[in-house]
Design a protein. Sequence first.
Length: 193
Amino acid sequence: MSFQNRATRVLVAAAVVLCITPSLYAQDQFEYRVLSTARTSTMQTEMQELASVGFRFGGVMGGETALGGAEVVLVMIRGGNYPGGYRYRLLATSKTSTLQKELQDAGDAGYEYRGQTQFKSAFGGKEVVVILERAREAGPRFEYRLLATSKTSTMQKELTDAGQRGFEFVGVTVGKTALGGDEVVSILRRRVQ
């Protein structure tokens, strides 16, 4: 086969791929909903309402918005490879001991970690917010471990110890908490057999 024939075949193949590719992408359309609130109690209700019509959690961040002040901002997605049918639990607390207990209760009910952030709550304190998700039919159960310390060297040691016991790191926030001041808060999990 001559160089010219090979070059022609490559160009034709590239043209076919370019013609087909846009039509494949055109089939995937996404719909988004942005939720923002200074009261985390209303966020879970809004997430559940959107989940009931096929939306799924996309991402979360806490911070200052231009008009809302200190808020939790959350994005929900519908379409593409984001099947509906999920339930959500939002945990928000300034006490790490409370968060550990609530995480474990959710893990026992089949909820899986999806994201976390920290923000200044409407009541003036700092809260760690954790989003958990589960399919309508409860899937695997998880054991959660929450690590909180003011020293990154201590966090390194605690993460190493937890990792050797089979815990997988899933998320971290850094900020002030009610009891510990400035803390690094890490969440880990392992599947329960």
